[in-house]
Every structure is written in C-alpha cells, then in structure tokens.
Design a protein around this ligand. Sequence first.
Ligand code: ZN
Length: 230
Amino acid sequence: MRRRVAHLAAWMLLSASALAQFVPAEKGRPAAPPVRDQEIAQCLPGEIQTWGDGKDRPIATRSLRFAYRHDNAPPWFTEAQVLALVKRSAEAWSECGIQLRVIAVPIGQSPPEDAIQILWSDVGSRGQFALANVTARSLSIGPGLFALLRERNPKHPAEQTLQMVLSHEMGHFLGLMAHSRRCVDTLSYYDNGKGERCALRDPKSWGSVVEYRSMLPTACDIQRCRALNK
Ligand SMILES: [Zn+2]
C-alpha cells in the first residue's frame, strides 16, 4: 500500500515537469548539459542512494517476459513505435543480468500467463503516466495523461516521456522498489515532498532540461539492479 502511494507521488511530480512546459520548447532551448550525460554513463562510489520509500527485493527468476497490448493506445502512437520503445527499455535493463523479452499481443487476444502485461489503461495507471502493479504483473500506461500532455504541449516529444516511464516501471519489476535520490536515474523521484531535492553532480544543471531523468536506465540504475539480483 505504502509503495503504491510512493508511486503516485512520483508520477505527480513527473507530470508536473512534463506538463509545465507550455512554451514551444525545442527551438532555442540549450542542449542537455554534458554533466548529465556523464551521470547517465557512470556511477561514482557513494552515488547509489534511495529515498528509502520501498524495500528492494531480488526477483525469483533470471528472465522476464513482457507482453505488449496496443488496445486503447492513443491514435498518435503506432503499435510498432510503442513496441520498439518497450524493446529498447527491456534491452537496456538486460545489462542487469536478467533476460528481458518482449512480445506483442494481437488485438483482442489474451497475453500468455507467465508474461507481465503492458497495457493502456487509465484505471490501471490511476491517472498517472504509468504505474507498475508488481503483484498483478501489469504495467499500465495512462492514455488520459498522454492526451493531456499532447493538448498542453503538442511539441513535447511524448515518445521520450513514454520511453522514460517504461524504463522506470520496468525497474520495479526487477525488484527495485525504492526510488533513487539521484535525479538523473530513470528510477528517481525528484523530491520527497518534504522539501528535499534529488542529487545532482552540478546543482546548476537542474532546470536545464525539462526532464532530468534518463530515458533509459543509467549506470547507477544498472549497478543497483545487479547488486540486488546477483
Ligand atoms: Zn516508481
């Protein structure tokens, strides 16, 4: 229960950052600072820290299978496009030492029982961009919030938001339940709701990009996952 609350909080913060960008963005906006790229590529000693808002648990298997259902997806995302994003996140996480496979579920068909279902559902995502229900083995993406993002900020590359939320939620299925305190981690949580902000190597780089989180797992996300599931 507590975990679910933590999830909701995380995505409320995320929605705020992606939705707040009303200005046509990509033109004239400075490129992501190089320090962010370094933070993505390299995990320094002592940088793995969480908010302590969940208990990490190694998973019981060496392989996971995700089954993507395109039913109810917003019409501006094609099935091939979303499937490619799911595969990209799965491939990046496989650096953890767990095999992550992805299959597509044909419209109207049921996913295989052993698979974690990835589906579009506002009920399942509870009005957030996405929500992992580890017990029910489902990863729900919220069509409603993606519609709002498109309405508020049509120039925002929604594909990047989708990639990031897929990577984030997949991390929970790998047993990483606590959110990272390192802003750039795909599993991060920008603040704890008590005025404490996530950590950056260069505090000045905060605000330099709309979404500081990485779209794909960072070196620290992977290192934490490997240590947990070794
Ligand atoms: Zn989360």
